[in-house]
Design a protein around this ligand. Structure first.
Ligand SMILES: Cc1ncc(COP(=O)(O)O)c(C=O)c1O
Length: 414
């Protein structure tokens, strides 16, 4: 088991040159795609230390994205729960309403550097699609976004946003028609035009170098949050938590805290229950396997085929998880917990009603964990990565739950 003391030089050594975090990660690709991913790796290694690239990214973050996003103390919600104080890192206030733009602007800049003409990606909740379409518009590039037919219906406002930004939204029509199928279709699309396009993966998943690139671009979240939290309170938080789909917002938040004496918790979706197809809690029920070009923890059947997954949050609906998370769990530095749909929805309504912030359903999973934690503590603090805002979810939520009175009543009666 590793502790925070073992993480001082972590970033220098992980991933290794083959893209592995311990036994997880790698670049498991059809041979024709290997040169394209190697080209991306080399270009990234060149530019990530280049002062012009770094300065341009800093300028974009400040002037276009509106960074730094604030840390906010939820005073009303905390006092409702007891004595533990809940804080939010407000990635919902990042331009386009979620953390996804942090890596999309970096990937767009990388595409420009490589002289690519098109950005290609998948999307689940539509947040990555919107963020990438935004980056494409900003940099003057074409953009193809693959999205499951089910998610196209569920996340309608984001589909309109992508189209308005000039992206082609291409439905994935096979299988469960959600996030995994969108990734399958995006890979197929990329295979046809990898010379002129770049695949901008939507999370800290996929073949090397993407888990590393996405982590590096997202790490601004944790770096800012640590400084801001210290400035506000004079201390570090006792616990840091974030929702985990593929793991981009979580790894971005966690990285700065790995070498600090802070408990770190990733929160997965337990959906409707523990049966096959009822959840997407890969860490809880999965085992080592390969999907979409990398080795990680995978929800799989006896033949290694990915199992069907479900979550009320389209962006958490993925049968695997980023390889760095698999490693961090294996070495015991990060704990992974699961929260079900109802707990997430209760958190959604509580934050809306007690703090005036409507969170994304994905982020509500992390918040639900923080609420449970705060109820069981007599002191201390927990910092939640509020990865996105809930505007994209309100039509769906209102139709299903109205204004959430039953959740609020249940909470008061507990
Ligand atoms: C707001 C928000 N939070 C979290 C996620 C989950 O993705 P990740 O685990 O890569 O942060 C998504 C995915 O779409 C999202 O839209």
């Amino acid at each position: 088991m590793k502790t925070y003391r073992d993480f001082d030089n972590y970033l220098k050594n992980f991933p290794d040159e083959k893209g592995y975090f311990g036994e997880y990660g790698g670049m498991i690709l059809p041979p024709e795609l290997v040169p394209a991913f190697k080209e991306i790796t080399q270009a990234y290694q060149k530019i990530c230390n280049n002062a012009r690239f770094i300065n341009e990214l800093r300028r974009i973050r400040k002037e276009f994205q509106g960074r730094p996003t604030p840390v906010y103390h939820c005073e009303r919600l905390s006092s409702l729960l007891g004595k533990c104080q809940i804080y939010l890192k407000r990635e919902d206030l990042n331009h386009t309403g979620a953390h996804k733009l942090n890596h999309c602007m970096g990937e767009g800049l990388l595409a420009k550097f490589l002289d690519k003409k098109k950005l290609i990606a998948e999307t689940g909740a539509g947040q990555h699609g919107v963020a990438l379409a935004t980056a494409a518009a900003y940099f003057g590039l074409a953009c193809d976004i693959y999205m499951g037919e089910v998610d196209i219906k569920k996340q309608h406002p984001n589909v309109i946003r992508m189209k308005m930004l000039g992206a082609n939204v291409i439905p994935a029509t096979h299988g469960l028609k959600t996030l995994k199928e969108a990734v399958d279709a995006a890979f197929e699309g990329y295979l046809k035009e990898y010379e002129d396009a770049i695949y901008c993966i939507g999370s800290a998943v996929g073949p090397h170098p993407f888990p590393m690139i996405v982590r590096d671009f997202q790490s601004v979240v944790g770096i800012e949050a640590k400084e801001q939290f210290k400035e506000m309170t004079g201390n570090l938080p006792d616990v840091v938590c974030a929702a985990v789909g593929g793991g981009s917002n979580a790894i971005g938040m966690f990285e700065a805290f790995l070498s600090e004496p802070v408990d770190i918790v990733g929160v997965e979706p337990l959906g409707k229950g523990e049966g096959v197809g009822e959840h997407a809690a890969s860490m809880k029920f999965g085992k080592k396997g390969v999907l979409h070009g990398f080795e990680s923890i995978l929800l799989q059947d006896e033949n290694g085929e990915p199992l069907p997954v479900y979550s009320i949050a389209s962006g958490l609906d993925y049968p695997s998880v980023g390889p760095e998370h698999a490693y961090l769990r294996q070495c015991g530095r990060v704990k992974y917990e699961a929260v079900n749909d109802d707990e997430a929805m209760q958190a959604f309504f509580l934050l809306s009603r007690y703090e005036g912030i409507i969170p994304a359903i994905e982020s509500s999973h992390a918040l639900a964990y923080a609420i449970k934690h705060a109820r069981n503590q007599n002191s201390g603090s927990i910092l939640v990565n509020l990865s996105g805002r809930g505007d994209k979810d309100i039509d769906y939520v209102y139709e299903k739950y109205g204004t959430g009175e039953q959740f609020l009543k249940e909470f008061i009666n507990k």
